[in-house]
Design a protein around this ligand. Structure first.
Ligand code: ZN
Ligand code: ZN
Length: 263
């Protein structure tokens, strides 16, 4: 029996990292928590860091890369990222310059598919305020899982991608009313709401409601600490989607295990 398994090690503006396993393949998507915390959380799942074959980076914001360089150097884990993300991570003006030196980074272009022993990983360009940012779809030949975060908007073609998915980790960053009344400076509010910022609960729920017909489950992630709560996220999605779908919320503070996709 084949399986595709995902565990969120942490998800939110305070750091993002996801573990994905299919057959012999074990990968991390983003490494935005410290290396020691990554190891600690994998160990709690019974997973040896030495068995991780790669780290795939979605973009060079620090909440996605802050632990990647240390994991790469300490445990010899290869890193895959786009040329733009590599450039941004190495830019001395970039405050998120935390990757440090990489031995032979594996560069890919947005839109290319990566092959890992029977698993295809599609890379999809995203509208976001980072250079050359992407999101990922895992396809093991039967089951398709999307890890789709840090989108400013529901870009053209996203709905059609969601329609092909069996499961999705989707950004649901902020509650519109909480953001409106928050103490954030107006400029920051505008950045979050913009077409290159993040998806709100309503935007995320609308996407699932319209295009998520094939989904076995949805996990909502990348929640804002100040402008969202798990309760509001779930409530908004239930109101828009209804009760027929399993909805999980990825924790900002601990591992969130999702149902294994069997086939
Ligand atoms: Zn980002
Ligand atoms: Zn982010």
């Amino acid at each position: 029996m084949n399986t595709l398994r995902m565990v969120s090690l942490q998800s939110g503006s305070n750091g993002n990292s996801y573990f994905v396993e299919s057959g012999n393949i074990r990968l991390l998507i983003d490494a935005g928590i410290t290396a020691s915390r990554t190891v600690e959380r994998l160990t709690s799942l019974g997973i040896d860091i030495a068995s991780i074959q790669g780290i795939l980076i979605s973009h060079a914001h620090s909440d996605h890369i802050s632990g990647a360089g240390v994991l790469h150097r300490r445990y010899k884990i290869p890193v895959w990222l786009t040329p733009g993300a590599y450039q941004q991570a190495g830019d001395s003006r970039n405050l998120a310059k935390k990757l440090g030196k990489l031995q032979e980074p594996h560069l890919f272009h947005a839109g290319e598919s990566l092959q890992f022993d029977g698993v295809t990983i599609e890379t999809i360009s995203t509208p976001h305020d980072a250079l050359d940012s992407v999101c990922f779809v895992f396809d093991d030949g039967v089951v398709r899982l999307g890890i789709i975060t840090d989108l400013g908007c529901r870009f053209l073609g996203l709905g059609e991608i969601v329609e092909t998915l069996d499961a999705i980790l989707l950004e649901s960053n902020y509650d519109e009313k909480m953001l409106e009344t928050s103490t954030y400076p107006e400029e920051l509010k505008q950045r979050i709401r913009s077409n290159i910022g993040h998806l709100s609960n309503i935007e995320s729920a609308g996407l699932i409601q319209k295009h998520g017909k094939k989904l076995r489950w949805v996990c909502l992630g990348h929640l804002s600490e100040n402008n969202n709560t798990p309760e509001k996220t779930l409530d908004t999605h239930r109101k828009i989607i209804g009760n027929h779908l399993d909805i999980f919320i990825a924790s900002r503070y601990q591992c969130t295990e999702l149902p294994v996709l069997y086939h």
